[in-house]
Design a protein around this ligand. Sequence first.
Ligand SMILES: [Zn+2]
Length: 122
Amino acid sequence: MIKGTKFYSIFKGKCPRCQNGDFYDGLFFKGSPLKECPHCKLKYEKEPGFFQGSYYVTYALGVATIVSVWVAMYVLFPNATFDHYLWGVLGTLVVLTPFIYPLSKIIWANFFTSYDSEYNKD
Ligand SMILES: [Zn+2]
């Protein structure tokens, strides 16, 4: 993955500005971002309630998951009933929700902060 891209920050769980400091404390999918970047001191929560906007991203990722699972089941299991689709989608959402929610927060933070190579120095 190429450093300097938003994909690097999102999938490596790094600060959107310097891409050196961690965005999450400990495990990537713990759920709560740090208060600031340990490397460049960027405040992750720009204002009170900043991460509430990430619910839009959570919604979009959830819909994308539902459509993907529905299409995959339609292709792989042509004889499946509506109940099978429903349980397949619900099961997938239950399993992926702990990953989608923190992922949406770092995507949201990347909407508002761009990579700056000036902060990427040790
Ligand atoms: Zn940083």
